[in-house]
Design a protein around this ligand. Structure first.
Ligand code: GTP
Ligand code: MG
Length: 194
């Protein structure tokens, strides 16, 4: 899909504020600062429509983007970041659960993992929780540009072992170099049957 037209539909804090529409939704999930908002900007060919920051905790609402009137990206606050207060983290967790358990529009979860580190306890817990709900996420490792080519096989192995994935289940991605963009687009097209 060639993407030209994108706009923010709404920023919601509770299900009552979610938009009523028929668009299939792709949910971005991952720790704060992993690059969820940057991922969206990369796929929609915009520099900064989704707001990003080097400070974790930038996205604090559930943001729905309309992409070409074909589908919606749903950008969420990150999970499990220590600098976000405990009550706020619980609130974010509830937002994520509410959305996943009740949203009929959801067609795919995109779980982002920081390629530089082994998946965190939170990453593993969220991945397990999704699988228990019968949701097989697209797993995308971000910030691949920050790791040299000869170090990559070790990081790949760590992620596959920790999340019990096969190599074809993992997409290596960089918002900086656009690595992995085409692979992601292929999956989106398959899900949307374009
Ligand atoms: P929250 O909204 O806080 O949950 O964070 P987020 O997951 O939306 O992360 P965001 O997209 O705001 O990115 C966090 C920081 O990482 C920003 O400084 C980005 O520029 C940087 N970043 C994101 N993706 C990449 C990448 O692929 N490569 C590099 N080098 N930096 C990246
Ligand atoms: Mg964000």
């Amino acid at each position: 899909m060639r993407i030209h037209q994108v706009h923010l539909i709404t920023s919601a804090v509770s299900p009552a504020h979610y938009p009523e529409h028929d668009l299939p939704e792709f949910l971005l999930l991952g720790r704060s600062n992993v690059g969820k908002s940057s991922f969206i900007n990369t796929i929609i060919n915009r520099k900064a429509l989704a707001r990003t920051s080097s400070q974790p905790g930038k996205t604090r609402t559930v943001n729905f983007y309309n992409v070409e009137d074909q589908f919606s990206f749903v950008d969420m606050p990150g999970y499990g970041y220590a600098k976000v207060s405990k009550s706020e983290r619980q609130q974010f967790r509830k937002m994520i659960q509410d959305y996943i358990e009740n949203r009929d529009n959801l067609v795919m979860v995109i779980q982002l993992i920081d390629f530089r580190h082994k998946p965190s306890e939170d990453d593993v817990a969220v991945h397990g929780w999704l699988m228990e709900h019968g949701i097989i996420p697209m797993v995308v490792a971000t910030k691949v540009d920050k790791i040299s080519k000869n170090q990559r096989p070790k990081n790949i192995k760590d992620i596959l072992n920790t999340l019990k994935l096969e190599r074809e289940d993992l997409i290596l991605f960089s918002a900086e170099t656009k690595d992995g963009k085409e692979e992601v687009e292929t999956v989106l097209d398959e899900v949307l049957q374009i």
